[in-house]
Design a binder for this molecule. Structure first.
Ligand SMILES: C[S@@+](CC[C@H](N)C(=O)[O-])C[C@H]1O[C@@H](n2cnc3c(N)ncnc32)[C@H](O)[C@@H]1O
Length: 252
């Protein structure tokens, strides 16, 4: 909330007629919404369609590269993949779920932000999107999916949240595949010491993912090329050119 807004509210509050109180409520709601949109709410940072994968031209190029990358990765699994039911956790507006539909009979997307789920349902009607409170607790049975994927989701979580989300992915798949496309370069951005209300972006190297995924086996990896991330990292870590790694795990 801006200091000027608060001053205005305090001044109006001195005058206590009913219409004025209603006006105060409306102003409060508006400034709170504005503040939430920019900095998140306590306990959680809120993603919007233009903060998922860059804005405008950046997001178009980023998504072209990501669609090609995911399609290539899934097409080249040794022995092939036979998928009936697949899911994306933290699917945003369905940007990447769309590619999963090419490989499975049924695709599901789980997302905690209502505004993104509504957008996804409108843009990608072939996917079944569900609004969930947490990715660590999904309304799905054990072993109900052949594959579960996260795409740039766990990198925005603390270690504790990552581990509980991975446990839920293992539960809903049981025997099958888990695909993680997460940041693996040793670069942390944002306030990773924070309480979860700030934007964070944590790079965890492949051996960490293997340890956390145990006893699932890492079958194959593929680099996600940098698009605009190279520029974003330039001042921090000059030799980093990648923007994450596709990692496919299997449990027999
Ligand atoms: C960077 S976006 C990626 C969206 C989508 N996978 C894509 O590539 O377009 C991360 C998504 O995960 C969702 N999410 C759900 N739970 C989260 C959590 N605990 N921390 C961070 N993001 C979370 C966010 O709302 C957001 O839609």
């Amino acid at each position: 909330m801006m200091r000027d807004d608060q001053g205005l509210i305090d001044a109006i509050e001195q005058l206590s007629s009913e219409p004025l109180q209603l006006l105060i409520k409306a102003i409060r709601l508006k400034v709170t919404r504005r503040a939430r949109r920019s900095v998140g709410v306590p306990g959680r940072f809120i993603f919007h369609s233009d903060t998922l994968a860059g804005k405008g031209p950046e997001s178009i190029i980023r998504t072209y590269v990501d669609h090609n990358g995911l399609r290539k990765f899934l097409s080249e699994v040794p022995g092939g993949l036979k998928l009936q039911r697949v899911s994306e956790l933290g699917c945003g507006y369905g940007r990447m779920s769309l590619v999963l539909t090419e490989f499975a009979d049924e695709t599901w997307g789980f997302e905690r932000e209502t505004h993104l789920v509504q957008m996804a349902q409108r843009l990608v009607p072939e996917v079944r999107f569900r609004n969930v409170g947490s990715l660590a607790s999904l309304p799905e049975g054990d072993g109900s999916f052949d594959l579960a994927m996260t795409f740039t989701v766990l990198m925005h979580m603390t270690d504790t949240d990552v581990k509980s989300t991975l446990a839920e992915m293992k539960r809903i798949v049981g025997q099958g595949h888990i695909l993680l496309m997460e940041k693996t370069e040793p670069v942390d951005l944002g306030n990773s010491e924070g309480n979860g209300s700030d934007w964070i972006s944590i790079g965890r190297q492949i051996p960490t993912w293997e340890e956390w995924m145990h006893p699932w086996r890492l079958l194959k990896t593929q680099v996600r090329p940098s698009v605009f991330e190279r520029e974003a990292y330039a001042n921090i870590h000059k030799e980093v050119n990648d923007a994450g790694t596709y990692m496919l795990f299997r449990n027999d």
